[in-house]
Design a protein around this ligand. Structure first.
Ligand SMILES: C[S@@+](CC[C@H](N)C(=O)[O-])C[C@H]1O[C@@H](n2cnc3c(N)ncnc32)[C@H](O)[C@@H]1O
Length: 204
């Protein structure tokens, strides 16, 4: 399943592949980011908790969660990032669109999806949010952020061409809620950041 989506035909797979050539540069450029959010998420869970970094990139946040005393696991579709992230925590190659079949239902305490849904279309994102809900135990925590400024479509960036889906903040928060979460908090900037708790009731 993981390799069945052809980068020539699949916008998300093509966008993910575009990270490979400048993976080291990406790691350096993004190293200082998101420290406050990681700390807030880490502190929202008892120690140690199992945190799945879904779309972990080179592994910056895996290292931080481990430093907070958590058990971190990474998944990413880009094989260069998977190799880099394995230096910090066990990480496997997986398309987020298949994540629900990779871990037992209810086995995870936290799902951290930091800018990793940005290359998926809306319907795939909604489906993946539902898969996150199934992986999380009741009361488990989700952090997910997506772009909320700009326009949906292909973007030519200095290090590659990628597809971005831009969300209305309220629509993204509703999608999280509909997937089976209580939305605890929304932070709105260039990205909309949603902090949520897995409902104690079953999947809708
Ligand atoms: C903008 S980067 C963010 C990386 C990291 N979370 C961070 O905050 O620096 C997006 C990441 O999500 C991964 N990604 C995007 N779509 C994916 C998918 N469908 N399945 C798995 N990983 C995906 C990319 O390979 C990349 O590592």
């Amino acid at each position: 399943m993981t390799d069945s989506r052809d980068p020539l035909l699949d916008a998300a797979a093509a966008s993910v592949a575009a990270y490979s050539d400048y993976a080291d540069d990406y790691a350096v450029t993004h190293a200082p980011k998101m420290a406050d959010q990681v700390e807030r998420f880490a502190d929202s869970l008892p120690t140690p908790s199992l945190i799945l970094d879904a779309g972990c990139g080179p592994g910056r946040d895996l290292a931080r969660f481990a430093a907070h005393g958590h058990n971190a696991r990474g998944v990413d579709l880009n094989p260069v990032f998977v190799a880099m992230a394995n230096a910090y925590a066990p990480t496997s190659r997986c398309d987020l669109r298949d994540i629900g079949s990779r871990f037992p239902a209810g086995a995870v305490d936290g799902v951290w999806a930091c800018a990793s849904l940005v290359h998926l279309g809306e319907s795939d994102t909604v489906d993946v949010l539902g898969q996150f809900a199934r992986l999380l135990r009741p009361g488990g925590k989700l952090y997910a952020c997506v772009r909320s400024v700009g326009r949906t479509g292909w973007l030519d960036e200095p290090d590659g061409r990628r597809w971005y889906t831009v969300w209305n903040a309220e629509a993204f928060a509703c999608a999280v809620a509909d997937a089976g979460f209580e939305v605890d908090h929304i932070d709105q900037g260039v990205f909309v950041e949603v902090w949520a708790t897995r409902n104690h009731i079953g999947n809708p």
